[in-house]
Ligand binder design. Structure first.
Ligand SMILES: Cc1cc2nc3c(=O)[nH]c(=O)nc-3n(C[C@H](O)[C@H](O)[C@H](O)COP(=O)(O)OP(=O)(O)OC[C@H]3O[C@@H](n4cnc5c(N)ncnc54)[C@H](O)[C@@H]3O)c2cc1C
Length: 342
C-alpha cells in the first residue's frame, strides 16, 4: 500500500488528506505530521487552561465567500453548513468592509473545527510535535527526518507549510528544487502580526455594542473581537474570550521581542480602546511570523511539483491566496498533481 505523508495539519494539509481519501483509486496509508501540538495551523483555536470550553480563534476570524467561490466551491460550503461547522456571521463587526454579494461565515466551535472535520474524514494517522527537518531520496522513496532524529519512508510527500519553512528543509530536497522554483518560493512574502487571546471568568460582562471591531487609529491594535459573541455562542456558564490582532507594522517591529513584553504593550494599548476591562483569568499570546500572504508564488497554478518520481509536491495559501478559498484551490491542485500516482 502506498504511503503518503502530508506535512502540516492546517487547512490545506487537512483538506489534501480528506480529498486524497475520497479520490484515491487504490488503498493509501495517509500520515499527517505537524510541528505544533494541535491541529489548525493558522486556523488555530486556543482553549482556556481553566475551562476547555472557553475558546478563542487566534488566527483566521471569519470566512468570506464571494459569489464566484459560492459557485465553484459550493460543495465545500454546503458540506460545512450542513454539518453545522460553519454558520452565517450575524454579529456586528465594526469597520468590516463588505462587498455586494459576499457572505460571511463563522465556525461556532472555533475555526479549527473545520480542520478537525477534514482530518477525521481522512482517516489519516495524525502525529503532532513532529517537526520535519530533512527530506532525502532513498531507494526511490522519500526518507523524511524529524527534529528528534528519527526518519520514515514514504512514496509521496506533500508539504503545506509556508514557503520560507519549505526553504529551511535540509537534505536532498535542497538540490532537487530548481533555481527557478527556489526564486518563486523566495518571492512568496507574508505579513507578520501578533494575536493575544484573553479568557475571562464566567459571568464577566464586556459592555460593548460590537462583536468585533477594526481599529484604524492605533499603532499597535488592528482588530478586536469578543470571540464567543462573534461566534454567537454566548453563555452564562462559559466565560467570554477576547482576541486582539496587532497591526502589521507593530508585528514586524516586535518580531524578535519576547511574547511577555509584547503582551504587556498590547495590554497598555487595549486600555485606551476598551477602558476598564476586568483582569482575564488566562492569556495566550501568539506570534504569527507568517501571517497572511502578501505576495503569492508567481505562475504556480496552486501547487509546485518539486519532483516527479517519487512525487514531492508543495501546496498552501502561498500558491494561491491567504483565505479559506485559497486553501481549497491549492488542495484541489495538489490532488490533481497526485491523481496519476494514486
Ligand atoms: C492573524 C490571521 C488572521 C487571518 N484571518 C483570516 C480570515 O479572517 N479569513 C480567512 O479565510 N483566512 C484568514 N487568515 C489566513 C488563513 O488562516 C490561512 O490562509 C490558512 O490558515 C493557511 O492554511 P495552510 O494550511 O495553507 O497553512 P498553515 O495553516 O500555516 O499550516 C501549515 C502547518 O504546517 C506546520 N509546519 C510548518 N513547518 C513544519 C515542519 N517543518 N514540520 C512539520 N510541520 C510544519 C505548521 O505548524 C502548520 O500547522 C488569517 C491568518 C492569520 C495568521
Amino acid at each position: 500500500m502506498a504511503r503518503v505523508l502530508i506535512v502540516g495539519a492546517g487547512l490545506t494539509g487537512s483538506l489534501c488528506a480528506a480529498l486524497l481519501r475520497r479520490e484515491a483509486s487504490s488503498p493509501l496509508r495517509l500520515t499527517v505530521w505537524d510541528k505544533a501540538g494541535d491541529s489548525g495551523g493558522r486556523m488555530t483555536t486556543a482553549s482556556s487552561p481553566h475551562n476547555p470550553q472557553s475558546t478563542v480563534d487566534l488566527g483566521a476570524q471569519y470566512i468570506t465567500c464571494t459569489p464566484h467561490y459560492a459557485k465553484t466551491h459550493q460543495s465545500f460550503y454546503d458540506e460545512l453548513l450542513a454539518g453545522g461547522i460553519l454558520k452565517p456571521l450575524i454579529s456586528p463587526i465594526d469597520g468590516m468592509v463588505t462587498k455586494e454579494g459576499d457572505c460571511n461565515f463563522v465556525a461556532p466551535h472555533g475555526v479549527s473545527s473545520i480542520i478537525n472535520h477534514y482530518l477525521k474524514q481522512s482517516g489519516a494517522d495524525i502525529c503532532f510535535r513532529q517537526r520535519v527537518t530533512q527530506i532525502n531520496l532513498r531507494d526511490n522513496k522519500w526518507e523524511v527526518s524529524r527534529e528528534t532524529g528519527s526518519s520514515e519512508q514514504f512514496d509521496i510527500v506533500v508539504l503545506t507549510m509556508p514557503a520560507p519553512q519549505i526553504l529551511q528543509l535540509r537534505g536532498d530536497i535542497t538540490n532537487l528544487i530548481s533555481e527557478c522554483q527556489r526564486q518563486q518560493l523566495e518571492s512568496v512574502s507574508y505579513s507578520s502580526r501578533y494575536a493575544l487571546g484573553l479568557f475571562y471568568e464566567a459571568g464577566t460582562k464586556i459592555d460593548v455594542p460590537w462583536a468585533g471591531r477594526y481599529i484604524t487609529s492605533n499603532p499597535c491594535i488592528r482588530f478586536i473581537s469578543i470571540d464567543n459573541k462573534k461566534r454567537n455562542i454566548e453563555s452564562s456558564e462559559i466565560g467570554p474570550s477576547l482576541v486582539i490582532h496587532t497591526t502589521v507594522p507593530f508585528g514586524v517591529t516586535h518580531l524578535e521581542h519576547s511574547t511577555e513584553d509584547v503582551q504587556e504593550l498590547i495590554f497598555k494599548q487595549l486600555e485606551n480602546i476598551v477602558p476598564g476591562l476586568p483582569q482575564p483569568v488566562a492569556t495566550k499570546c501568539q506570534k504569527w511570523r507568517h501571517s497572511q500572504v502578501t505576495n503569492a508564488a508567481a505562475n504556480s497554478l496552486g501547487q509546485m511539483t518539486l519532483h516527479l518520481q517519487p512525487l514531492l509536491v508543495c501546496g498552501g495559501d502561498g500558491f494561491t491566496q491567504s483565505n479559506f478559498d485559497g486553501c481549497i484551490t491549492s488542495a484541489l491542485c495538489v490532488l490533481e498533481a497526485l491523481k496519476k500516482h494514486i
